[in-house]
Design a binder for this molecule. Structure first.
Ligand code: FES
Length: 80
Protein backbone atom coordinates (compact mmCIF):
# COMPACT_ATOMS: atom_id res chain seq x y z
CA UNK A 1 0.00 0.00 0.00
CA UNK A 2 1.34 3.43 -0.89
CA UNK A 3 -0.09 6.70 0.36
CA UNK A 4 -0.53 9.61 -2.02
CA UNK A 5 -1.39 12.97 -0.49
CA UNK A 6 -2.28 15.76 -2.88
CA UNK A 7 -2.05 19.34 -1.67
CA UNK A 8 -5.47 20.91 -2.09
CA UNK A 9 -4.41 24.36 -0.95
CA UNK A 10 -5.51 27.06 -3.39
CA UNK A 11 -2.07 27.62 -4.94
CA UNK A 12 -1.26 23.97 -5.67
CA UNK A 13 -4.85 23.22 -6.60
CA UNK A 14 -4.97 25.94 -9.25
CA UNK A 15 -1.48 25.15 -10.55
CA UNK A 16 -2.17 21.54 -11.43
CA UNK A 17 -3.28 19.49 -8.46
CA UNK A 18 -6.95 19.68 -9.41
CA UNK A 19 -6.01 17.78 -12.59
CA UNK A 20 -3.58 15.50 -10.76
CA UNK A 21 -6.36 14.51 -8.34
CA UNK A 22 -8.61 13.56 -11.24
CA UNK A 23 -5.82 11.69 -13.02
CA UNK A 24 -4.93 9.65 -9.92
CA UNK A 25 -8.58 8.90 -9.13
CA UNK A 26 -9.13 7.61 -12.65
CA UNK A 27 -5.90 5.64 -12.60
CA UNK A 28 -6.90 3.89 -9.36
CA UNK A 29 -10.34 3.10 -10.76
CA UNK A 30 -9.11 1.88 -14.16
CA UNK A 31 -6.35 -0.30 -12.75
CA UNK A 32 -8.43 -1.40 -9.74
CA UNK A 33 -5.75 -0.27 -7.31
CA UNK A 34 -8.10 0.69 -4.48
CA UNK A 35 -6.37 -1.67 -2.06
CA UNK A 36 -2.88 -0.57 -3.14
CA UNK A 37 -3.09 3.20 -3.27
CA UNK A 38 -4.50 5.31 -0.48
CA UNK A 39 -5.39 8.74 -1.85
CA UNK A 40 -5.84 11.72 0.44
CA UNK A 41 -6.15 15.47 0.13
CA UNK A 42 -3.98 17.79 2.21
CA UNK A 43 -4.35 21.34 3.35
CA UNK A 44 -1.69 23.84 2.26
CA UNK A 45 1.76 22.44 3.03
CA UNK A 46 3.18 25.96 3.31
CA UNK A 47 5.46 25.33 0.39
CA UNK A 48 3.34 27.05 -2.23
CA UNK A 49 6.20 28.65 -4.16
CA UNK A 50 7.55 25.20 -5.00
CA UNK A 51 4.21 23.66 -5.85
CA UNK A 52 2.24 21.88 -7.02
CA UNK A 53 3.20 19.57 -4.19
CA UNK A 54 2.37 15.90 -3.80
CA UNK A 55 3.49 13.67 -0.93
CA UNK A 56 4.06 9.97 -1.55
CA UNK A 57 4.80 7.73 1.42
CA UNK A 58 5.74 10.80 3.43
CA UNK A 59 8.16 12.18 0.82
CA UNK A 60 7.28 15.57 -0.59
CA UNK A 61 7.60 15.96 -4.36
CA UNK A 62 7.71 19.55 -5.48
CA UNK A 63 6.70 20.94 -8.86
CA UNK A 64 4.82 17.74 -9.60
CA UNK A 65 2.81 18.55 -12.69
CA UNK A 66 -0.19 16.51 -13.85
CA UNK A 67 1.98 15.15 -16.70
CA UNK A 68 4.31 13.36 -14.29
CA UNK A 69 2.02 12.24 -11.49
CA UNK A 70 1.48 8.73 -12.89
CA UNK A 71 5.23 8.27 -13.43
CA UNK A 72 5.77 9.27 -9.83
CA UNK A 73 3.21 6.79 -8.53
CA UNK A 74 4.50 4.00 -10.80
CA UNK A 75 7.95 4.55 -9.41
CA UNK A 76 6.68 3.93 -5.88
CA UNK A 77 4.56 0.96 -6.97
CA UNK A 78 7.67 -0.72 -8.41
CA UNK A 79 9.57 -0.21 -5.18
CA UNK A 80 6.86 -1.83 -3.04
S1 FES B 1 -1.14 25.36 -1.59
FE1 FES B 1 0.13 23.62 -1.66
S2 FES B 1 1.79 24.22 -0.47
FE2 FES B 1 0.45 25.85 -0.28
Amino acid sequence: MITVEICMGSSCYSRGNSQSLEIVENYIKEKKLEDQIKLQGKLCLENCSEGPNIIVNGNIHRRCNPECVIDLISHYMEKK
